[in-house]
Design a protein around this ligand. Structure first.
Ligand SMILES: Cc1cc2nc3c(=O)[nH]c(=O)nc-3n(C[C@H](O)[C@H](O)[C@H](O)COP(=O)(O)OP(=O)(O)OC[C@H]3O[C@@H](n4cnc5c(N)ncnc54)[C@H](O)[C@@H]3O)c2cc1C
Length: 477
């Protein structure tokens, strides 16, 4: 494999590194350290003139957050050891490349579940901490940062800091959600959640528009463990909510069985016949506007039917939490194009108006979302938090190979509406933001403090990504 001179790094094979949404990629030398010592050696390479280090977990961020066209990519999938787990307390210590999947497989048989999970089980703990991810329970559990007890962080000069709410509290609040700009997580200590069953109670509910969906969330969030809304972007914002609760200790007569991996594992075949890995081919036939209009309509009507006939029912934690993993490779249905996700977080008093305006703008620009997801959020204490006291709407937009200009014009129009409504964006999903929008979306004081920390801890800007170069002006990188 060739080596690259443009990045200042030699003797390291160059690879194509893709964004998860397939909408951009970089050609970079990639090093996969397997230990802290190997990481320190890799950082020496990255310090060579003309280079820098972009950190990468499983690469599940939709845009350019873990790409680095101007330097080295440090990929942590080789540091994937669970270092310690106490089945009495549910505290798990792990290397940064340990995935959410590894965590649940290790801990669930002992009655512990990751307190916050994204919609897929493949991200790493390092990537989840760096983006301070949220789940369908954000309004109850907060972001993953709330459950991180402590971490070790290697700084740009190679020194290590141990951070917690008591030790280095400011760095603790800044590195969680700091999108890999302040240092490398090399150990994360996470408090898991006790569960007395491997199942949840789940209740589907349909509502004809966004106003009623949000009203349902407002009326029921205090008495729910999970709430998530699927939105039909073609149908003006009607949707299906899934409300879920953990089981009480006396509700599962077969706890031992429901906590097993066998009970949780998604079936390899649909209806015991069709391999799940084939399903995206079927989906591919519908991945155009008329097809997805139909799929969304069918999904809504099926949701109505099951809401009527299927009252509260039980579903395995994995099936409920990682629905998208049921369809391995589903993103390839967007080919030969790709897609972006545009997720906005808006204070609750403005959420419906802003989300309705977004859907209206999408229709006017002729780029309608194939998938929409509504969640409820709470503010959190982390410096670069994306969460607000309100709601988020995540919209998946197809990106035809010649469709970039149109999509970016739509993003600019939606940015204005979101900013007017006091909203924010999420770096893990972002592909379209400009430095001006980034500046406007975050409180001045938070941005100033983040930049000060970056200058103090990483004066030569060792840690960079395509995303950071896109959003942070050179004087503040
Ligand atoms: C299908 C799907 C569903 C999703 N659902 C959700 C959801 O419900 N909620 C949510 O919040 N997110 C969701 N995400 C986004 C995902 O959780 C985040 O992008 C997460 O950061 C991905 O982790 P990763 O290991 O793939 O990290 P990457 O995407 O590789 O990197 C993410 C960031 O972490 C940094 N980083 C990686 N490793 C380290 C390290 N060791 N130290 C310091 N920084 C590091 C990178 O530089 C980058 O800035 C979803 C993604 C997908 C693909």
């Amino acid at each position: 494999m060739p080596t690259t001179a443009t990045t200042g790094v030699t003797d390291v094979p160059t690879e194509t590194v893709d964004a998860w949404g397939m909408n951009t990629s970089s050609k970079s030398p990639v090093i996969r350290p397997r230990s802290v010592d190997e990481l320190r050696t890799a950082l020496m390479q990255a310090r060579k003139p003309g280079s820098c280090a972009g950190l990468r977990g499983a690469g599940c961020s939709y845009g350019d957050a873990s790409l680095n066209s101007d330097g080295l990519v440090l990929d942590f999938t080789g540091m994937r050891e669970i270092l310690a787990f106490d089945p009495e307390t549910g505290v798990l210590d792990a290397e940064p490349g340990v995935t959410i999947e590894q965590v649940w497989r290790h801990a669930l048989p002992h009655g512990w579940w990751p307190p916050v999970v994204p919609g897929t089980m493949y991200p790493t703990l390092g990537g989840c901490a760096a983006m301070n991810i949220h789940g369908k329970n954000n309004f109850q559990a907060g972001t993953i940062g709330r459950h991180i007890r402590e971490f070790d962080l290697i700084l740009a000069d190679g020194s290590m800091r141990t951070c917690s709410r008591d030790l280095e509290p400011e760095l603790f609040r800044a590195a969680i959600g700091g999108f890999g700009m302040l240092g490398v997580f090399t150990r994360i200590s996470l408090q898991l959640r006790r569960v007395s069953s491997g199942d949840l109670w789940v209740q589907p509910i349909t509502r004809p528009n966004l106003t009623e969906l949000v009203a349902y969330f407002e009326d029921h969030w205090e008495a729910s463990d999970y709430l998530v809304g699927w939105i039909d972007g073609f149908g003006g914002g009607r949707g299906v909510i899934h409300q879920a609760w953990y089981l009480n200790p006396d509700e599962d007569e077969a706890t031992k069985r429901t906590l097993t991996e066998e009970h949780q594992d998604l079936p390899a075949r649909l209806f015991k016949v069709i391999p799940r890995s084939w399903l995206w081919w079927g989906l591919w036939c519908f991945f155009h506007r008329p097809g997805m209009r139909l799929v969304n309509a069918i999904k809504y009507w099926l949701g109505r039917r099951s809401a009527k006939h299927l009252r509260r029912h039980r579903q395995a934690l994995v099936g409920f939490s990682f629905l998208l993993d049921y369809l391995p490779g589903w993103k390839h249905a967007y080919k030969p194009g790709s897609f972006i996700q545009y997720q906005t977080f808006v204070p609750k008093e403005n959420a419906v108006a802003v989300f309705e305006a977004q859907l209206r703008l999408a229709k006017e620009h002729g780029v309608q979302p194939f998938l929409g997801v509504l969640k409820k959020h709470l503010p959190d204490p982390f410096l670069m938090t994306h969460a607000v006291d309100g709601y988020s709407l995540a919209l998946d937009f197809p990106l035809a190979r010649d469709g970039k200009d149109r999509m970016w014009r739509l993003a600019r129009a939606m940015d204005d509406v979101v900013l007017e409504g006091g909203g924010r964006f999420y770096l893990a999903k972002d592909s379209t933001m400009t430095p001006e929008v980034f500046e406007a979306a975050y409180p001045d004081e938070a941005l100033r403090r983040f930049r000060d920390l970056k200058r103090e801890l990483d004066p030569a800007s060792l840690f960079q990504t395509d995303l950071s170069r896109r959003l942070l002006t050179p004087s503040t990188r």
